[in-house]
Design a protein around this ligand. Structure first.
Ligand code: THU
Length: 130
């Protein structure tokens, strides 16, 4: 299955009674497995989770810790830009050059890299004194 199809399909399951904005995310790991997530909102707003966070968690729960490619889709006029927290979550498991495709259900696709999404990312090397 393509990442696009996986993201489109999981998007249907998004739980979005508050925003009505369904998002689907799909991640492929180097071994070819695909992990998906959708946004899950909550009446206590900050408890809601983004599609990317769900896909990330599914990947790690399955024992995988490397994102080879990611795809995020929403029904919007323009491709959905991941929020800051999601950019950091993707960066945790991806290389700077890893492709993330931002897409609309109408078929618009905007490929970007993780480094473009999160320039100047904080990473583990910043905690080194030397
Ligand atoms: N949302 C995502 O799940 N991923 C994104 O990349 C952008 C926004 C969700 C969060 C919330 O449920 C809804 O979209 C609108 O804020």
């Amino acid at each position: 299955m393509s990442l696009r199809q996986a993201a489109l399909t999981v998007r249907e399951n998004a739980y979005v009674p508050y925003s009505r904005y369904k998002v689907g995310a799909a991640l492929r790991t180097p071994d070819g497995q695909i992990f998906v997530g959708c946004n899950v909102e909550n009446v206590a707003n900050p408890e809601g989770t983004s599609a990317e966070a769900g896909a990330n968690a599914a990947m790690v729960a399955a024992g995988q810790t490397e994102i080879a490619e990611a795809y995020v889709i929403a029904d919007a006029a323009r491709p959905v830009p991941p929020c800051g927290g999601c950019r950091q979550k993707l960066a945790e498991f991806a290389k700077g050059g890893t492709r993330v495709t931002l897409a609309t259900t109408d078929g618009v696709e905007e490929p970007v890299t993780v480094a473009e999404l999160l320039p100047g990312a904080f990473d583990a090397s910043h905690m080194d004194r030397t």
